[in-house]
Write a protein that binds this ligand. Structure first.
Ligand code: PBG
Ligand code: ZN
Length: 321
């Protein structure tokens, strides 16, 4: 008779049959780098997360390295925004300078550079705008320019998050032409138009000034369409595929892992982080247990890597156990 409890009777036997693990080297920690000096500004809606100016970035990076985390995802907050998001692709912009600082001081840290315009545009949208419309093809050269600019600064992986059609192929060509044939693209492929990005937009000062992102990010109702996005990005040369958010989209992570042979990155987004932190702060949930259960869930669903604001804690908890 099958008695599944036989394999649950002790810690040792449970450890032995455990199907999934969360590993520190699969964690990617997001970092907000801000123009200015002497800044370590807490993000109200994301307890524990700060915006840093480059001169104080080491405070955070030392913790990252100490925790054994080997990859960071960098976002920039420029001093000035304009219609065309020129801060995103300026050679002396906040991200190229931030990347150079990281690479000069932490050469082994893997730097994943988010590529988008929304932190840099005065209107807060991820692409160029004309008559209230977010332009697709006109935006591509700017995304490519930003990608090459970050690669030149030393980025190890380019991660376009804008959701314009055809950007992966366009960026791939630009990187190749600039000689960066070995820089992988981590594409935000299954990225939904989600209310879960709210706290991030506080952190990155990137909320759209009008309307929403529904004409370029995906409808949360559409799972099959996510598979088309992934197939398209892979055909255009994506090396790694991001699915986000995670908790309400576990089926998406699982479906990608069933249908495609590519490492999947689960992006446990800001709103998910904020909810856990709020409940934990009230003493309503056990933060460590809840976070680790979420992490193992992402792995079980089919994710290989996890981008999470909890990464420093997760790394510590993994070591503790
Ligand atoms: C920029 C970008 C966003 C996130 C990652 N890159 C915000 C958005 O699309 O509005 C969300 C990350 C998070 O919520 O943690 N395009
Ligand atoms: Zn954007």
């Amino acid at each position: 008779m099958d008695r599944t409890r036989r394999l649950r009777s002790s810690v040792a036997i449970r450890n032995m049959v455990r199907e999934e693990h969360v590993r520190v080297d699969e964690l990617i920690y997001p970092i907000f780098i801000m123009e200015g000096e002497n800044i370590c500004e807490p993000v109200d809606s994301m307890p524990g997360i700060n915006q840093y100016s480059i001169d104080r970035l080491s405070e955070e990076l030392d913790k990252v390295v100490e925790a054994g985390i080997q990859a960071v995802l960098v976002f920039g907050i420029p001093a000035h925004k304009d219609e065309v998001g020129s801060g995103a692709y300026a050679k002396e912009g906040i991200i190229p300078r931030g990347i150079r600082f990281i690479k000069d001081n932490y050469p082994t840290l893997l730097v994943v550079a988010d590529v988008c315009l929304c932190e840099y545009t005065s209107h807060g949208h991820c692409g160029l705008i004309k008559d209230g419309e977010i332009l697709n093809d006109e935006t591509l050269p700017l995304l490519a320019k930003a990608s090459v600019c970050y690669a030149e600064a030393g980025a190890d992986i380019i991660a376009p998050s804008d959701m314009m059609d055809k950007r992966v192929g366009f960026i791939r060509n630009a990187l190749d032409e600039a000689g960066f044939i070995n820089i992988p693209i981590m594409a935000y492929s299954a990225k939904f138009a989600s209310a879960y990005y709210g706290p991030f937009r506080d952190a990155a000062h990137s909320a759209p000034g009008f309307g929403d992102r529904k004409t370029y990010q995906m409808d949360p109702a559409n799972g099959k369409e996510a598979m088309r996005e992934v197939a398209e990005d892979l055909a255009e040369g994506a090396d790694l595929i991001i699915a986000k958010p995670t908790m309400a989209y576990m089926d998406i992570i699982h479906a990608i892992s069933e249908q495609f042979n590519v490492p999947i990155v689960a992006y446990n987004v800001s709103g998910e982080y904020a909810m856990v932190k709020a409940a934990a702060a009230n003493g309503w949930i056990d933060e460590k247990k809840i976070v680790m259960e979420n992490m193992i869930g992402f792995k079980r669903a089919g994710a290989k890597m996890i981008i999470t604001y909890h990464a420093l804690d997760v790394a510590r908890w993994i070591k503790e156990d």
